[in-house]
Ligand binder design. Structure first.
Ligand code: ADP
Ligand code: MG
Length: 727
């Protein structure tokens, strides 16, 4: 019997690259074309209005409501000139991804007349019917009001026929229902705290930002093949599928030449990104087959996050045009690398001072060590929370596996910075940090190489990389706001404590710089245990981390307890980034999402096993049985036993896997029915984690074993080798 699988393979193989055509020959000619940026504002807003907007964006000043009417009018004209007919507030609910509800500019007036209308109040604020977004109990459905409010620090943009306005999303009583609200608050908290500390260095009036450069990893799978995999369509990952004989063993995909169809997709994606002012810079093959990466130049964190979310959504559309599906799941395929989204995070000033960059003078280096020590202390004190922000049902498959950072947060500093701290601990004076070293390769035509301050350690979840920290535990499908909000907040809190301690020292007569130096030393001494430069994948590290007091919990639902630990409440309340009610609701939402994702996986696997795999396995088994019977008829009892021995073995193995899979699926269905009645989020999530997750693995092992026995011609689902090697 011909299966759809072979038609899909044939279609996929026949696809030619879809040539991507650049909008203009030079990027600069269309970069940011669809963004209401300064160039657009110059054409559509008066100078006075522009000045108010810049004040708001750069200095965080609150925008006057009257100015908003002028902005709205200019923005509308600009968007309509680009062909927009609708507008939407664009926000980031806790479901992940983004949400939008389009309204038309058209304002029908009756008598067959209509005007194009868009006023300041519509720009400022809207009330989407938000009752179906998760709120973790913050909004009872009878008071389902939720408001979106304009975030002027991230520019509006046009996609297709719609003007999109980045907004926060809060409840009737002002609690955050989204990712952006706490992110913005955390940014204010950390920049204020950093400015206070910079005062010791005479740099207290600098404008500071938290910066983010993300590296987005993803898989591409041919669309025809994808459509034949219900598990990919419904859960974004393969719930079954035997290893391909070859996958990433040869390390021949990483940085290799980009396949032509994929390259055209990447070019098209870049064109779209440039139109939206997303500063993408790097593209390459990743470690696993059909795995790739795209990374931009870093930006202020709020903007970088909006850009990442926007990119994730345009990736889907662009892929469609090239006959691909993008997989943003952290672990779409078992047995090969999963996808992360490294978050390169730092603090810096608008004038270009990197607060996490070593400097040239002693004072600059003290500033560097001071911000480093405070960051490390913040991460040490809050390592459990930091982990909770990156763990979820999908990233759990990646973290802790032998490819990605382990489920223990530690920090890698590299030799140079470790040496500097070691010296600091050992002496009372300032330490020397040497800058970039050069060395000659001894090849006359190649100039001296400049060597970075840090070596690389791929196993560390939170690695210092010369002028920033790279938080590698973040998953590819994540909204980076979760972890960045926590990093900003814990650093803000720690800097406040630091400042209090330094002020006490100054008050008791210690000179300012000496006080900063001494407190930096004390701060580092108190958190040394977070530093680990060894192999984060080793078993010895797990034992050692436990001794150092680092959180080693790997059960996703249990890690969420950290959202309302005493430590977290203290840090978030003091910095005013989130209240206990907000933290508590977040935790509830995350448990709920965890349960829902697991429940869907359970249902899909049950269906796949019962309706796709077992019927085919039985059909093949019947072919074997017929054959054995025929052998017996023709050759008689004696000869047939020898001739059919291996087939009879195979029949036995097949029936063992079939019956094991069947009875496990029965158990799975019963568990699913029971858990769907569980009311309490935490308890339900724990059961899904402890009971259902291992069951999914067990069923899979029987199905994958059947895949290796059943005739390839009959197997209905595209196999790993097809999903991973056709492009
Ligand atoms: P790698 O793969 O070597 O880690 P990439 O070049 O792919 O590096 O990505 C590094 C990311 O870090 C880029 O987005 C880059 O702009 C960003 N980055 C560089 N310097 C900083 C900084 N000071 N703060 C935040 N991000 C930074
Ligand atoms: Mg990196």
């Amino acid at each position: 019997m011909q299966t759809f699988r072979f038609t899909a393979v044939e279609n996929a193989n026949a696809k030619e690259p879809v040539v991507a055509v650049a909008p203009e020959s030079e990027t600069s000619a269309y970069y940011g074309r669809n963004v209401f940026n300064r160039a657009a504002m110059r054409r559509y807003l008066s100078e006075e209005t522009r000045r108010s907007i810049y004040e708001t964006v750069e200095r965080g000043a609150t925008l006057d409501r009257n100015v908003a009417n002028h902005v709205a009018e200019g923005m509308k004209r600009w968007a309509m000139d680009l062909g927009a007919t609708h507008y939407t507030h664009w926000f980031q609910p806790l479901t992940g991804g983004t949400a939008e509800k389009h309204d038309s500019f058209a304002d029908p007036r009756g008598h067959g007349e209509s005007l194009e209308k868009f006023e300041g109040k519509l720009l400022f604020q809207q009330e989407p019917d938000a009752s179906s977004f998760p709120s973790g109990g913050l909004r009872n459905t009878f008071e389902a009001r939720g408001y979106t409010a304009w975030d002027p620090s991230s520019p509006a943009f046009v996609i297709g026929d719609t003007l999109c306005i980045p907004t926060v999303f809060v409840s009737y009583t002002g609690e955050a229902l989204d990712y952006k609200t706490p992110l913005l608050k955390s940014d204010s908290a950390v920049t204020k705290a950093a400015r206070d500390v910079l005062e010791y260095f005479g740099e207290g009036d600098e404008v500071i930002h938290s910066y983010l450069g993300w590296e987005q990893e993803y898989f591409l799978v041919d669309k025809d093949l994808y459509m034949q995999r219900p598990d990919l369509v419904l859960t974004d990952r393969t719930l079954i599928g035997h290893d391909s004989a070859r996958n990433q063993q040869l390390d021949d995909h990483y940085f290799a030449a980009i396949p032509p169809r994929v390259l055209e997709f990447m070019k098209d994606l870049e064109f779209e990104a440039y139109k939206l002012g997303i500063p993408v810079k790097t593209r390459h093959n990743e470690v696993a087959p059909n795995q790739f990466e795209i990374a931009p130049v870093y930006e202020a964190a709020n903007l970088a996050i909006d850009h990442n979310l926007l990119l994730m959504s345009i990736m889907k559309n662009v892929a469609e045009k090239h006959g691909f599906e993008v997989l943003l799941h952290e672990k779409p395929f078992a047995g090969i690398n999963g996808s992360g989204k490294h978050c390169n995070w730092s603090l810096g000033t608008e004038s270009g001072i990197g607060l996490m960059s070593p400097g040239k003078t002693d004072e600059e280096n003290l500033r560097f060590l001071c911000f480093m020590a405070n960051t490390l202390k913040a991460v040490y004190d809050n390592n459990a929370l930091l982990k909770a922000t990156v763990l979820n049902a999908t990233n759990a498959h990646r973290l802790g596996a032998n490819e990605a950072p382990p489920a223990i947060i530690s920090s890698f500093l590299g030799k140079q910075v470790s040496d500097a701290f070691a010296q600091l601990l050992a002496s009372k004076d300032m330490v020397k940090i040497t800058g970039k070293k050069g060395y000659s390769l001894g090849i006359p035509q190649i100039p001296e190489l400049l060597v970075d301050n840090t070596d690389r350690n791929r196993t560390s979840p939170f690695a210092f990389t010369g002028n920033r920290f790279e938080f590698r535990a973040v998953g590819s499908s994540a909204n980076c706001s979760g972890p960045i909000t926590v990093l900003n907040t814990i650093l803000a809190y720690q800097l406040e404590q630091f400042k209090k301690a330094v002020d006490r020292k100054i008050k008791s007569g210690t000179p300012v710089m000496q006080a900063v130096l001494d407190e930096t030393r004390d701060t580092f001494r108190a958190c040394q245990n977070i530093c680990f430069d060894g192999n984060g994948y080793s078993d010895e590290w797990k034992a050692e981390a436990q001794k150092r007091g680092l959180d080693c919990e790997s059960s996703v639902p249990l890690t969420y307890d950290a959202f309302t630990s005493k430590q977290t409440l203290k840090v978030f309340e003091e910095t005013k980034v989130m209240t206990e009610v907000e933290l508590d609701s977040r935790k509830e939402v995350f448990w709920e999402i965890y349960c829902k994702k697991m429940a869907i996986e359970g249902k899909v696997l049950s269906d796949l096993t019962t309706n796709h795999v077992i019927p085919v396995a039985i059909r093949y088994q019947n072919i074997l049985l017929d054959n054995v019977r025929n052998l017996k008829d023709i050759y008689g009892d004696k000869d047939f036993r020898k001739m059919a021995a291996s087939q009879m073995d195979l029949i036995k193995c097949i029936s063992e896997d079939i019956s094991a899979a069947e009875s496990l699926v029965d158990e799975l269905d019963a568990l699913d029915a029971k858990l769907s009645n569980e009311e309490e989020g935490r308890a339900a999530a724990i059961l899904y984690h402890d009971k259902m997750a291992p069951m999914l693995e067990e069923i899979r092992s029987h199905v994958d074993s059947l895949e290796m026995m059943v005739d390839d011609q009959m197997w209905p689902l595209p196999k790993y080798r097809e999903l991973l090697f056709i492009h």
